[in-house]
Design a protein around this ligand. Structure first.
Ligand code: DAH
Length: 433
């Protein structure tokens, strides 16, 4: 589904009665989100500002750093898990609706009714039954029910949080699930099983394992899970980075771990994972498999990878930010260069290339930088035109001027621009149009 049209409206209807009877204005309010109407109630705490993020789908915007990192994770899974015919085992779901029920977000994952993560102070509720998903794990159960064994899901998630350099109430997660049967896990050994014999419904097990699982199955699953996730991290950060696995707790996995990466002097949690609680599989109708699952934070990884200093930048529409990532190869090594907070001035320049001399684009870029210095933010070739009759070629470049410390005046920019035109004509033998 493409989430485009968003309305934040509430309709007020008065139940008026005729005559002299007392009027009890019954206020019915509803919120319309992604073309669905939801009644408001005591739980409603979504704000217009938060709603404005719905449907922006940064993960689907080609060339956005969130999209690039997603593509890199996906490529790793495609390359690492293939079936006997060479086709990828994992499939990716990138347009699951961010409006979910409390059953999806909590109940299906065995999150207790009194768990803090359900509180109004942590989540964006639309009403008592619906909320903006707080994690991609919300969709785990429905995708297993639909018959999938190996899948990834990516999307925007919403959590009430402070706003600062590393926190923002909307961010992106990639979740993944892999289910394995006894034959898949132990193809050559009929004596090994994935389940303990007997009734283990009362026994919850330990940090090592759930009571219903055999230790062999859990250890093998743990090995595959950790080596896969470390492989993902290495494919992104390279071989050389410091990491550690930390034992943790999630209501939906046991055992559970977090992967922390050492970045700029501190340990940063980049993902959570674990062996899926068997009851989640049973509730989804799966009785002959065990599963591992994970959820990783895309912004966190992207900030480390590209050295993006502030999480709010991901929502920037500023071309000074976006163009640093656009039209680049997915594995390109990019280091983010800080953009100015002052406004841009945009001027275009068009010229005919010389007929009898060689013209080199990089000469033009150097000339612009030499004349404009630090006031040049971007130069891009906008149009490359070949005249059908004369065979002459013309280029149009967009020059974006911007200063790091002050607002540039248009008159000042025009002077530099004129000088660039004059020098280009003189040094590169072009004809300004
Ligand atoms: N949903 C967790 C979070 O948002 C991350 C996570 C942990 C996802 C373990 C999983 C998992 O699928 O198995 O913090």
């Amino acid at each position: 589904m493409i989430l485009r049209k968003l309305l934040f409206t509430f309709h007020i209807r008065n139940n008026c009665t005729r005559g002299f009877s007392i009027v009890h204005p019954k206020v019915v309010q509803s919120i319309s989100l992604l073309n669905q109407n939801f009644p408001r109630d005591d739980y409603t705490n979504v704000t217009e500002k938060i709603i404005s993020h719905l449907g922006q789908n940064l993960h689907l915007q080609e060339g956005h750093p969130i999209n690039i990192v997603t593509q890199r994770v996906l490529n790793y899974f495609y390359a690492s898990f293939k079936n006997s015919r060479g086709n990828p085992q994992f499939s990716m779901y990138n347009n699951l609706c961010p409006i979910v029920t409390t059953a999806q977000n909590f109940d299906s994952l065995l999150i207790p009714t009194n768990h803090v993560s359900r509180s109004k102070s942590d989540c964006y509720y639309i009403n008592q039954q619906h909320l903006l998903r707080a994690h991609m794990t919300s969709h785990q159960s429905e995708l297993m029910k639909s018959g999938l064994d190996n899948f990834l899901m990516v999307g925007d998630v919403y959590r009430r949080d402070e706003i600062d350099r590393t926190h923002y109430p909307v961010f992106h997660q990639i979740d993944g699930v892999r289910l394995r049967s006894k034959n898949q896990l132990f193809p050559n050994d009929n004596d090994l099983d994935i389940f303990e014999l007997g009734d283990y419904t009362e026994n919850i097990g330990s940090q090592d394992k759930q009571a219903c699982h055999t230790l062999e199955a859990v250890k093998l699953m743990e090995f595959e899970l950790k080596s896969t996730l470390l492989g993902v991290a290495k494919s992104i950060f390279g071989e050389d980075f410091k990491y550690r696995w930390v034992d943790t707790y999630f209501p939906f996995t046991q055992p559970s771990w977090e992967l922390e990466v050492f970045y700029e002097g501190m340990w940063m949690e980049v993902l959570g994972c674990g062996i899926m609680k068997q009851a989640i599989l049973t509730n989804a109708g799966i009785t002959n498999k065990v599963g591992w699952a994970f959820g990783l934070g895309v912004e966190r990884i992207s900030m480390c990878l590209y050295k993006i200093p502030d999480i709010r930048l991901f929502w920037s529409k500023d071309s000074g930010f976006l163009n640093q990532f656009k039209n680049q190869e997915v594995n390109a090594k990019i280091t983010y260069r800080p953009i100015s907070q002052y406004p841009q001035c945009i001027n275009d320049i068009s010229f005919w290339l010389p007929n009898d001399k060689e013209y080199c684009e990089n000469d033009f870029y150097d000339l612009v930088r030499t004349i404009g210095g630090d006031r040049i933010e971007q130069v891009t070739l906008k149009d490359d035109f070949l005249h059908p009759k004369t065979g002459r070629r013309s280029h149009c470049y967009r020059i974006i001027y911007r200063h790091m410390e002050r607002t540039l005046k248009q008159e000042e920019v025009n002077l530099i621009h004129k000088k660039i035109e004059k020098e280009a004509a003189k040094q590169l033998f072009v004809n300004i149009r």
